[in-house]
Design a protein around this ligand. Sequence first.
Ligand SMILES: *Cc1c(COP(=O)(O)O)cnc(C)c1O
Length: 469
Amino acid sequence: MPLHNGPQHEGRHLSVNPFLGPANPVGDMLEAPPKHRLPDGPMAPSTAYQLVHDELMLDGNARLNLATFVTTWMEPQAGILMAECRDKNMIDKDEYPRTAELERRCVAMLADLWHAPDPSAATGCSTTGSSEACMLAGMAMKRRWMRRNADRYPSPDARPNLVMGVNVQVCWDKFCTFWEVEPRQVPMEGERFHLDAAAAAALCDENTIGVVGVLGSTFDGSYEPVADLCAALDELQERTGLDVPVHVDGASGAMVAPFLDEDLVWDFRLPRVASVNTSGHKYGLVYPGVGWVLWRDAETLPEELVFRVNYLGGDMPTFALNFSRPGAQVVAQYYTFLRLGREGYRAVQQASRDVATGLSARIGALGDFRLLTRGDELPVFAFTTAPEVTAYDVFDVSRRMRESGWLVPAYTFPANRQDLSVLRVVCRNGFSEDLADLFAEDLARLLPDLRRQPRPLTGDRNAATGFHH
Ligand SMILES: *Cc1c(COP(=O)(O)O)cnc(C)c1O
């Protein structure tokens, strides 16, 4: 029996710990500050810091978050640079011309990396992430389609559509909703968990603004067949005259494939690929807040979408949804490009792929699971329970792994594989062999317990799954 005494207080009277401040710690503050309206007056910075810091301790440990694709570790030097630049607004090109120049160099490096036929003619920009990048690419596709169809749009029978796999990231659903474009989605079929080239071409018609190919599906880490897609659309053009452009959503893969799969042709080497995006903050290896989008040439980005801001006495073209935006992430991207070079990126991504393929093999060997992918495209793999496993399901595994601190999402696939639920592991820089060993040991240790369950036990599946895009 615990020992308690003294009066029991109601409310939050005097609940501010005197240790939270210097000499006269809490001033005349007698109660903890309100959380849902502005406090009446100021408090000492140390007190405010401690209150916020303490609350955030309950956030998960980012490094153990195997759900996210987004960078959770950078070198201290990158952190210093970012702190040095946190007061710079990316849009103030005239005030911060060197930051603007670093952005320009990053675009040039990506144009070269993605084999733009004439890198100096390629055009592109930084964004807050791939979502904004995809909005911009989608807007450019829609605008180009509008120009081609100026004689019949707008009219009720000319409703623009965008063709994609059902496995696209949610940003494409947003694009279609925000910009009033009809989404046309190729469903999953059997063991095919992403877009099929022929099925995509079959969905195209005169109102199709483009087709999205995903280099690196978020559902299972597989690459979509971009070259096959382009070939199917070439064939469509020969047959019908329809000339449908392709946008490659390379949020993850556009920073993996150029280093690890050099022979895979998915980028501007394919004449049909009009634009490519990536998330600088995923396998670009920068902390959250940066993405990139590039167009093959100036022609693919309609001039009327471009706005101009002051720059060194002249003006600089910009294309963005935001106006103000931090410059630090762009600087950190340039730092990382400079720091690693091609060989450095290759080594880092290869290490992540080795961890992914090694861990997927260990999980496959446990016997309880069936691998859908092995982590040999994106360093990401998905697996489900073996058919004979009936005592527990993937949601139980996700929930129980949380007890050891691991965040592994479990989720159900979309049409036509809603019968299939999977777990997914994203291996990123910083998820080392050692951490992967600990992960495999924790999973193996859980299994006897899970096998003894009478049946799957996770009532609230949404609570177990977490964010999985
Ligand atoms: C993550 C992701 C996005 C969205 O990117 P953000 O950088 O998070 O905005 C879009 N598409 C794919 C394929 C992704 O993996």
